[in-house]
Design a protein around this ligand. Structure first.
Ligand code: SF4
Length: 360
Protein backbone atom coordinates (compact mmCIF):
# COMPACT_ATOMS: atom_id res chain seq x y z
CA UNK A 1 0.00 0.00 0.00
CA UNK A 2 1.08 3.58 -0.67
CA UNK A 3 3.35 4.72 2.19
CA UNK A 4 1.68 8.15 2.21
CA UNK A 5 -1.66 6.50 2.90
CA UNK A 6 -0.32 4.21 5.60
CA UNK A 7 1.12 7.24 7.43
CA UNK A 8 -0.95 10.32 6.55
CA UNK A 9 1.21 12.34 8.96
CA UNK A 10 4.19 11.00 10.87
CA UNK A 11 2.83 12.03 14.30
CA UNK A 12 -0.67 10.83 13.65
CA UNK A 13 -0.42 7.04 13.56
CA UNK A 14 -3.55 6.20 11.58
CA UNK A 15 -5.55 3.37 13.06
CA UNK A 16 -4.95 0.36 10.89
CA UNK A 17 -6.28 -3.11 11.19
CA UNK A 18 -4.92 -5.98 9.15
CA UNK A 19 -3.50 -3.50 6.66
CA UNK A 20 -6.67 -1.39 6.52
CA UNK A 21 -6.57 2.36 6.86
CA UNK A 22 -9.22 4.22 8.89
CA UNK A 23 -10.77 6.66 6.41
CA UNK A 24 -11.59 9.24 9.06
CA UNK A 25 -7.93 9.42 10.08
CA UNK A 26 -7.14 10.81 6.63
CA UNK A 27 -7.48 14.39 5.50
CA UNK A 28 -8.85 15.24 2.04
CA UNK A 29 -5.45 14.71 0.41
CA UNK A 30 -5.14 11.36 2.18
CA UNK A 31 -8.53 10.12 0.97
CA UNK A 32 -7.73 11.34 -2.54
CA UNK A 33 -4.38 9.51 -2.48
CA UNK A 34 -6.15 6.32 -1.38
CA UNK A 35 -8.76 6.64 -4.13
CA UNK A 36 -6.08 7.20 -6.78
CA UNK A 37 -4.03 4.25 -5.48
CA UNK A 38 -7.13 2.10 -6.02
CA UNK A 39 -7.26 3.25 -9.67
CA UNK A 40 -10.31 5.50 -9.26
CA UNK A 41 -10.88 9.14 -10.22
CA UNK A 42 -9.96 11.77 -7.55
CA UNK A 43 -13.56 13.13 -7.42
CA UNK A 44 -14.60 9.91 -5.67
CA UNK A 45 -12.80 11.25 -2.57
CA UNK A 46 -15.40 14.03 -2.29
CA UNK A 47 -18.22 11.51 -2.61
CA UNK A 48 -16.69 9.32 0.10
CA UNK A 49 -16.28 12.33 2.42
CA UNK A 50 -19.96 13.21 1.89
CA UNK A 51 -21.05 9.69 2.86
CA UNK A 52 -18.82 9.69 5.92
CA UNK A 53 -19.42 13.13 7.35
CA UNK A 54 -22.76 14.31 5.98
CA UNK A 55 -24.70 11.03 5.76
CA UNK A 56 -22.83 9.35 8.64
CA UNK A 57 -22.95 5.88 7.05
CA UNK A 58 -21.58 2.81 8.77
CA UNK A 59 -20.98 0.56 5.73
CA UNK A 60 -19.59 0.78 2.21
CA UNK A 61 -22.86 -0.71 0.86
CA UNK A 62 -24.60 2.54 1.79
CA UNK A 63 -22.29 4.54 -0.54
CA UNK A 64 -24.67 3.94 -3.40
CA UNK A 65 -23.21 6.38 -5.92
CA UNK A 66 -19.87 4.52 -5.93
CA UNK A 67 -19.44 1.64 -8.42
CA UNK A 68 -19.86 -1.74 -6.73
CA UNK A 69 -16.37 -2.91 -7.76
CA UNK A 70 -14.85 0.20 -6.16
CA UNK A 71 -16.86 -0.34 -2.96
CA UNK A 72 -15.51 -3.89 -2.78
CA UNK A 73 -11.96 -2.61 -3.21
CA UNK A 74 -12.52 0.02 -0.54
CA UNK A 75 -13.78 -2.61 1.88
CA UNK A 76 -10.54 -4.56 1.40
CA UNK A 77 -8.32 -1.55 2.05
CA UNK A 78 -10.20 0.74 4.40
CA UNK A 79 -12.53 0.83 7.38
CA UNK A 80 -15.21 3.33 8.35
CA UNK A 81 -15.66 3.35 12.13
CA UNK A 82 -12.78 3.63 14.58
CA UNK A 83 -14.93 3.19 17.72
CA UNK A 84 -17.69 0.93 18.94
CA UNK A 85 -20.19 1.55 21.73
CA UNK A 86 -19.22 -0.22 24.97
CA UNK A 87 -21.60 1.11 27.61
CA UNK A 88 -24.07 3.93 28.25
CA UNK A 89 -25.43 5.73 31.29
CA UNK A 90 -28.49 7.94 31.04
CA UNK A 91 -29.53 10.56 33.58
CA UNK A 92 -33.07 10.19 34.87
CA UNK A 93 -33.17 13.87 35.85
CA UNK A 94 -32.05 15.81 32.76
CA UNK A 95 -31.59 13.27 29.93
CA UNK A 96 -27.77 13.60 29.84
CA UNK A 97 -26.23 10.53 28.21
CA UNK A 98 -22.72 9.30 28.84
CA UNK A 99 -21.17 6.97 26.27
CA UNK A 100 -18.21 4.72 26.86
CA UNK A 101 -16.59 3.92 23.49
CA UNK A 102 -14.15 1.09 22.81
CA UNK A 103 -11.20 1.92 20.55
CA UNK A 104 -9.83 -0.69 18.18
CA UNK A 105 -6.96 -1.50 20.54
CA UNK A 106 -9.43 -2.19 23.37
CA UNK A 107 -8.85 1.06 25.31
CA UNK A 108 -11.91 3.10 26.24
CA UNK A 109 -12.91 6.76 26.19
CA UNK A 110 -15.93 8.78 27.27
CA UNK A 111 -18.24 11.30 25.57
CA UNK A 112 -21.18 13.10 27.18
CA UNK A 113 -24.30 14.26 25.35
CA UNK A 114 -26.24 17.11 26.98
CA UNK A 115 -29.58 18.69 26.12
CA UNK A 116 -30.29 22.32 26.83
CA UNK A 117 -33.32 24.03 25.25
CA UNK A 118 -32.61 23.91 21.51
CA UNK A 119 -28.93 22.98 21.90
CA UNK A 120 -27.55 19.45 21.76
CA UNK A 121 -23.97 19.56 23.04
CA UNK A 122 -21.42 16.78 22.93
CA UNK A 123 -18.37 16.82 25.20
CA UNK A 124 -15.59 14.81 23.56
CA UNK A 125 -12.25 13.31 24.63
CA UNK A 126 -8.90 13.84 22.91
CA UNK A 127 -6.64 11.39 24.74
CA UNK A 128 -6.84 8.12 26.66
CA UNK A 129 -5.91 9.36 30.13
CA UNK A 130 -4.00 12.62 30.54
CA UNK A 131 -0.47 13.71 31.42
CA UNK A 132 -1.43 16.96 33.15
CA UNK A 133 -2.24 15.45 36.56
CA UNK A 134 -4.70 18.05 37.83
CA UNK A 135 -5.18 16.89 41.39
CA UNK A 136 -9.01 16.97 41.41
CA UNK A 137 -9.42 15.02 38.15
CA UNK A 138 -10.06 11.29 37.84
CA UNK A 139 -8.60 11.17 34.30
CA UNK A 140 -5.32 12.66 35.55
CA UNK A 141 -4.90 9.63 37.80
CA UNK A 142 -4.72 7.34 34.74
CA UNK A 143 -1.65 9.10 33.31
CA UNK A 144 -1.41 9.49 29.54
CA UNK A 145 -1.99 6.21 27.72
CA UNK A 146 -2.12 7.63 24.21
CA UNK A 147 -3.37 10.41 21.95
CA UNK A 148 -6.58 9.83 19.99
CA UNK A 149 -6.29 9.86 16.22
CA UNK A 150 -8.32 12.38 14.16
CA UNK A 151 -10.79 9.62 13.26
CA UNK A 152 -11.31 8.65 16.90
CA UNK A 153 -12.06 12.29 17.77
CA UNK A 154 -14.49 12.67 14.84
CA UNK A 155 -16.19 9.33 15.47
CA UNK A 156 -17.29 10.36 18.96
CA UNK A 157 -19.51 12.92 17.22
CA UNK A 158 -20.73 10.62 14.45
CA UNK A 159 -21.43 7.60 16.68
CA UNK A 160 -23.16 9.69 19.34
CA UNK A 161 -25.48 11.08 16.65
CA UNK A 162 -26.19 7.60 15.33
CA UNK A 163 -26.92 6.16 18.77
CA UNK A 164 -29.02 9.05 20.01
CA UNK A 165 -30.72 9.87 16.69
CA UNK A 166 -30.15 13.62 17.18
CA UNK A 167 -28.27 16.37 15.41
CA UNK A 168 -25.39 17.70 17.51
CA UNK A 169 -25.36 21.51 17.44
CA UNK A 170 -22.47 22.30 19.80
CA UNK A 171 -19.17 20.69 20.62
CA UNK A 172 -17.07 21.10 23.74
CA UNK A 173 -13.60 19.61 23.72
CA UNK A 174 -13.45 19.13 27.44
CA UNK A 175 -13.58 15.36 28.05
CA UNK A 176 -10.66 13.07 28.82
CA UNK A 177 -7.25 14.54 28.06
CA UNK A 178 -5.72 17.97 27.51
CA UNK A 179 -6.92 18.89 23.99
CA UNK A 180 -3.96 21.11 23.11
CA UNK A 181 -1.50 18.37 24.09
CA UNK A 182 -2.87 16.43 21.08
CA UNK A 183 -2.76 19.53 18.92
CA UNK A 184 -2.24 18.21 15.37
CA UNK A 185 -4.82 15.43 15.56
CA UNK A 186 -7.37 17.73 17.19
CA UNK A 187 -6.90 20.45 14.58
CA UNK A 188 -7.30 17.93 11.74
CA UNK A 189 -10.48 16.56 13.36
CA UNK A 190 -11.93 20.04 13.96
CA UNK A 191 -11.20 21.06 10.36
CA UNK A 192 -13.36 18.16 9.18
CA UNK A 193 -16.07 18.79 11.76
CA UNK A 194 -16.33 22.49 10.82
CA UNK A 195 -15.78 22.21 7.08
CA UNK A 196 -18.86 22.80 4.88
CA UNK A 197 -17.87 19.63 2.98
CA UNK A 198 -17.47 17.78 6.27
CA UNK A 199 -19.73 17.83 9.32
CA UNK A 200 -20.43 21.56 8.79
CA UNK A 201 -20.53 22.70 12.40
CA UNK A 202 -20.00 26.43 12.93
CA UNK A 203 -16.59 27.27 14.46
CA UNK A 204 -18.44 29.53 16.89
CA UNK A 205 -20.14 26.43 18.30
CA UNK A 206 -16.89 24.65 19.11
CA UNK A 207 -15.26 25.28 22.49
CA UNK A 208 -11.74 24.00 23.12
CA UNK A 209 -10.85 23.89 26.79
CA UNK A 210 -7.27 23.98 28.05
CA UNK A 211 -5.65 23.67 31.44
CA UNK A 212 -3.19 26.33 30.28
CA UNK A 213 -0.70 25.23 27.61
CA UNK A 214 0.39 28.76 26.74
CA UNK A 215 2.72 27.71 23.89
CA UNK A 216 -0.21 25.98 22.17
CA UNK A 217 -2.52 28.98 22.68
CA UNK A 218 0.15 31.05 20.91
CA UNK A 219 0.14 28.49 18.10
CA UNK A 220 -3.65 28.81 17.78
CA UNK A 221 -3.14 32.56 17.42
CA UNK A 222 -0.31 32.19 14.87
CA UNK A 223 -2.45 29.83 12.79
CA UNK A 224 -5.48 32.13 12.87
CA UNK A 225 -7.83 29.60 14.50
CA UNK A 226 -11.30 30.86 15.40
CA UNK A 227 -12.62 28.25 17.82
CA UNK A 228 -13.93 29.44 21.14
CA UNK A 229 -11.37 28.96 23.88
CA UNK A 230 -12.08 28.01 27.50
CA UNK A 231 -9.42 28.37 30.16
CA UNK A 232 -9.70 26.07 33.15
CA UNK A 233 -8.44 28.53 35.79
CA UNK A 234 -9.68 27.12 39.12
CA UNK A 235 -7.54 29.27 41.43
CA UNK A 236 -6.71 32.93 41.99
CA UNK A 237 -3.17 32.63 43.36
CA UNK A 238 -0.20 30.86 41.81
CA UNK A 239 0.42 29.01 45.06
CA UNK A 240 -3.04 27.40 45.03
CA UNK A 241 -3.14 26.88 41.27
CA UNK A 242 0.25 25.15 41.27
CA UNK A 243 -1.05 22.88 44.02
CA UNK A 244 -4.20 22.00 42.08
CA UNK A 245 -2.75 22.06 38.56
CA UNK A 246 0.98 21.33 38.14
CA UNK A 247 0.91 22.99 34.67
CA UNK A 248 0.83 26.32 36.54
CA UNK A 249 4.49 25.83 37.55
CA UNK A 250 5.39 26.10 33.87
CA UNK A 251 2.92 28.83 32.90
CA UNK A 252 1.68 30.91 35.86
CA UNK A 253 -1.64 32.75 35.94
CA UNK A 254 -0.29 36.06 34.58
CA UNK A 255 1.20 34.39 31.48
CA UNK A 256 -1.90 32.29 30.94
CA UNK A 257 -4.27 35.26 31.10
CA UNK A 258 -1.99 37.32 28.84
CA UNK A 259 -2.19 34.52 26.25
CA UNK A 260 -5.97 34.37 26.72
CA UNK A 261 -6.17 38.12 26.11
CA UNK A 262 -4.10 37.81 22.93
CA UNK A 263 -6.30 34.96 21.70
CA UNK A 264 -9.50 36.91 22.36
CA UNK A 265 -8.09 39.89 20.42
CA UNK A 266 -6.75 37.83 17.52
CA UNK A 267 -9.80 35.57 17.09
CA UNK A 268 -12.36 38.25 18.00
CA UNK A 269 -14.04 35.72 20.27
CA UNK A 270 -14.98 35.77 23.92
CA UNK A 271 -12.98 33.51 26.24
CA UNK A 272 -14.73 31.34 28.83
CA UNK A 273 -13.03 31.22 32.20
CA UNK A 274 -13.93 27.95 33.92
CA UNK A 275 -13.66 27.99 37.70
CA UNK A 276 -14.38 24.72 39.50
CA UNK A 277 -15.44 25.49 43.06
CA UNK A 278 -13.69 23.17 45.55
CA UNK A 279 -14.80 23.23 49.14
CA UNK A 280 -12.34 25.11 51.36
CA UNK A 281 -9.72 25.36 48.59
CA UNK A 282 -10.67 28.16 46.23
CA UNK A 283 -14.17 29.25 47.29
CA UNK A 284 -13.62 32.06 49.82
CA UNK A 285 -14.90 35.64 49.36
CA UNK A 286 -11.23 36.72 48.92
CA UNK A 287 -10.96 34.28 46.02
CA UNK A 288 -14.11 35.75 44.47
CA UNK A 289 -12.68 39.27 44.72
CA UNK A 290 -9.33 38.20 43.28
CA UNK A 291 -11.08 36.36 40.44
CA UNK A 292 -13.05 39.50 39.63
CA UNK A 293 -9.79 41.46 39.42
CA UNK A 294 -8.10 38.85 37.23
CA UNK A 295 -10.86 38.83 34.61
CA UNK A 296 -11.40 42.59 34.52
CA UNK A 297 -10.35 43.87 31.10
CA UNK A 298 -10.47 40.41 29.50
CA UNK A 299 -13.16 39.81 26.87
CA UNK A 300 -14.65 36.80 28.65
CA UNK A 301 -17.41 35.25 30.67
CA UNK A 302 -16.93 33.31 33.89
CA UNK A 303 -18.48 29.91 34.55
CA UNK A 304 -18.51 28.87 38.19
CA UNK A 305 -18.74 25.09 38.32
CA UNK A 306 -19.50 23.49 41.67
CA UNK A 307 -17.34 20.35 41.89
CA UNK A 308 -19.41 17.35 40.87
CA UNK A 309 -18.09 14.64 43.13
CA UNK A 310 -15.99 13.77 46.16
CA UNK A 311 -12.49 12.69 45.25
CA UNK A 312 -9.16 12.61 47.12
CA UNK A 313 -9.30 15.62 49.47
CA UNK A 314 -11.75 17.51 47.23
CA UNK A 315 -15.49 18.02 47.75
CA UNK A 316 -18.34 20.15 46.50
CA UNK A 317 -18.95 23.29 48.58
CA UNK A 318 -22.28 23.62 50.37
CA UNK A 319 -24.87 25.54 48.38
CA UNK A 320 -24.62 28.63 50.60
CA UNK A 321 -20.83 28.85 49.99
CA UNK A 322 -21.43 28.60 46.23
CA UNK A 323 -24.02 31.37 46.35
CA UNK A 324 -21.85 33.54 48.60
CA UNK A 325 -19.01 33.28 46.07
CA UNK A 326 -21.40 34.22 43.27
CA UNK A 327 -22.83 37.19 45.19
CA UNK A 328 -19.33 38.43 45.97
CA UNK A 329 -18.82 38.77 42.20
CA UNK A 330 -22.00 40.76 41.62
CA UNK A 331 -20.05 43.84 40.49
CA UNK A 332 -17.90 41.89 38.09
CA UNK A 333 -17.63 43.70 34.73
CA UNK A 334 -17.99 40.43 32.80
CA UNK A 335 -20.92 37.96 32.93
CA UNK A 336 -20.70 35.37 35.69
CA UNK A 337 -22.91 32.28 35.82
CA UNK A 338 -23.10 29.21 38.00
CA UNK A 339 -23.10 26.09 35.89
CA UNK A 340 -25.07 23.58 37.89
CA UNK A 341 -23.69 20.33 36.48
CA UNK A 342 -25.62 18.12 34.11
CA UNK A 343 -26.01 14.43 34.80
CA UNK A 344 -25.30 14.56 38.53
CA UNK A 345 -27.04 11.20 38.99
CA UNK A 346 -24.58 9.55 36.57
CA UNK A 347 -20.77 9.61 36.46
CA UNK A 348 -20.78 12.56 34.07
CA UNK A 349 -17.53 14.29 35.11
CA UNK A 350 -14.59 13.41 32.89
CA UNK A 351 -12.86 10.12 33.70
CA UNK A 352 -15.31 9.13 36.44
CA UNK A 353 -16.90 6.22 34.60
CA UNK A 354 -13.68 4.71 33.30
CA UNK A 355 -11.78 4.97 36.56
CA UNK A 356 -14.78 3.44 38.32
CA UNK A 357 -14.82 0.61 35.79
CA UNK A 358 -11.09 0.04 36.27
CA UNK A 359 -11.49 0.13 40.04
CA UNK A 360 -8.97 2.96 40.52
S1 SF4 B 1 -8.62 18.32 34.21
FE1 SF4 B 1 -8.24 18.01 32.01
S2 SF4 B 1 -6.08 18.62 31.79
FE2 SF4 B 1 -6.39 18.26 33.98
S3 SF4 B 1 -5.80 16.10 34.30
FE3 SF4 B 1 -8.02 16.15 33.93
S4 SF4 B 1 -8.23 15.77 31.74
FE4 SF4 B 1 -6.11 16.40 32.11
Amino acid sequence: MDEKIKNPAPARAAVEEAGKVALKDLDVQGITALVVSLAEKPFRARQIAEWLFQHNVSSFEQMTNLPKAFRDKLRQHALIDTLSPAYEQRSQTDGTRKFLFRLRDGLKIESVLMFDEERVTLCISTQVGCALDCRFCATGLMGLQRHLTPGEIIDQVLLSERIAGVRITNLVVMGMGEPLHNYDNLMQALSVLTSPQGFALSKKRVVVSTSGLVAKIERLIAEGRKYRLAISLNATTDAMRSKLMPVNQRWPISELLAAARNYADASKTRITIEYVLLDGMNDTPEDARRLMKLVTGLRCKVNLIPYNTTYREFARPAEERILRFYREMKNCPVPVTIRWSKGRDIDAACGQLITKEQGT
